[in-house]
Design a binder for this molecule. Structure first.
Ligand code: PLP
Ligand code: ZN
Length: 400
């Protein structure tokens, strides 16, 4: 492992902060020689990339519920509506608990079991809670999940149903995260996936980048738009692209990474606009609760990746998020949660401002499922007044 700030290195193990400077640790690799055929012969889930991940997949087998290999959908209708040429949606609803968080949990669960932790835990903005509770249930270990009390009811139920310990906390996600860090200090055998096992957790998101490249036919997209909460997903998609390029699994093409936030919680977008390297924490107020992290751990690294690749970051209002959920649903038949609305909204905004090239091949990430955020849907998405079961009533209602 290596410190992302000072370069200090240490053996792979249950570490997450640098001994020298307290900076975040990251997993570094000496990769084996690897061919496309090696990967293609693997299972159709994230473990086809096991040789590029820091855990052994056989440690924590969850047969039948492995995440990954979600659909990459060619979005010609949405592209036409936006005046784009080639647009794809990586649709993460296909994971076991309907968000990309199943990827990061699978990797951190394997790491936790390998390192002897007894409990799988997390602070969460919702989707991580679902993924941790479900994976722990399947693996037969206890889960402890902490969430802000004002979370969407669907995400609360979808955590509680698996039977682990669910704690709702009066406070923001950042308060919940602080409490989790204190608990991690007290309970040495609890693996908080995104706190004390974070270096492993974060690596799980690389598989999103790998899959996009492989599903495009071993190519990288010219542009990719990614939602930002802590920022880990965006940073690791970029890392996955770089690794594939270094391994020679894709050609030498360049890519640009774009970040998407909700205006009600846009600390990284604000730092990008201001040309700053530090991210100033905010207090979130947005319907995009899955992205409502006011003090994002990977914020500075997001700025690095976006600036290095020549991308941009933008944010959209709650109204624009809801409108974009409607646009995606009505053009592509994909019902996204608020995070997906944020990404489509930012895609439109970056096209309008000329920062994103409509001619270039573009991938957008839909990281979650609209069924979990039924509070955030367009006004038209509700049951119409009922009619009597007669032809006459049907005609009278002007339905054709
Ligand atoms: C957690 C989450 C994200 C952002 O993940 P980070 O890696 O923390 O930036 C995006 N979309 C959804 C639906 C999420 O649940
Ligand atoms: Zn350091």
């Amino acid at each position: 492992m290596a410190c992302r700030e000072c370069g200090y290195t240490c053996e792979l193990g249950p570490h997450y902060a640098c001994m020298e400077c307290f900076g975040p640790l990251e997993v570094r690799y000496d990769f084996p020689a690897l061919t496309r055929a090696d990967i293609e012969s693997g299972p159709l889930n994230i473990w086809r990339y096991a040789s590029l991940l820091p855990v052994r997949p056989d440690i924590a087998e969850t047969p039948g519920t492995e995440p990954g290999w979600t659909r990459l959908v060619r979005a010609d209708n949405l592209a036409a509506a936006l005046g784009m040429r080639r647009l794809w949606i990586k649709d993460e609803r296909g994971n076991p608990t309907h968000s990309f968080k199943d990827r990061v949990v699978a990797v951190s669960l394997a790491a936790a079991i390998e390192m002897g932790f007894k409990v799988l835990a997390c602070p969460s903005t919702g989707n991580l809670a679902n993924a941790v509770a479900a994976a722990a249930a399947k693996a037969g270990i206890r889960s402890v999940v902490l969430v802000p009390a004002d979370l969407e009811i669907q995400k609360i139920i979808m955590t509680a149903v698996y039977g682990g310990t669910l704690v709702t906390v009066d406070g923001t996600y950042d308060d919940v995260n602080r409490l989790a860090s204190e608990l991690a200090g007290e309970h040495e055998d609890w693996a908080f996936v995104n706190v004390n096992v974070r270096p492993y957790y974060a690596e799980g998101s690389k598989t999103l980048g790998y899959e996009v490249a492989e599903q495009l036919g071993w190519r990288l997209p010219e542009q990719i738009v990614v939602p930002i909460a802590s920022g880990a997903q965006l940073v690791k998609i970029d890392k996955g692209f770089r690794e594939f390029a270094e391994l020679g699994l894709v050609g030498g093409e360049s890519w640009r990474v774009f970040g998407a936030q909700a205006s009600g919680c846009a600390p990284v977008s604000a730092a990008f606009e201001a040309g700053q390297d530090v991210v100033k924490p905010v207090r979130p107020a947005t319907i995009a609760k899955s992205l409502a992290i006011g003090d994002p751990a990977d914020g500075p690294y997001v700025l690095d990746a976006v600036r290095r690749t020549g991308g941009a970051i933008a944010d959209v209002s709650d109204d624009e998020i809801i409108d974009s959920i409607g646009l995606l649903a009505s053009t592509e038949g994909i019902f996204a949660e608020t995070a997906g609305g944020v990404v489509v909204g930012v895609l439109r905004k970056l096209l309008a401002s000329g920062r994103l090239d409509p001619e270039a091949e573009t991938v957008i990430i839909n990281s979650g499922d609209g069924l979990k955020t039924l509070n955030a849907v367009p006004a038209g998405a509700r049951a119409p007044a009922p009619i009597r079961p007669t032809l006459e009533a049907f005609r009278k209602a002007g339905l054709g």
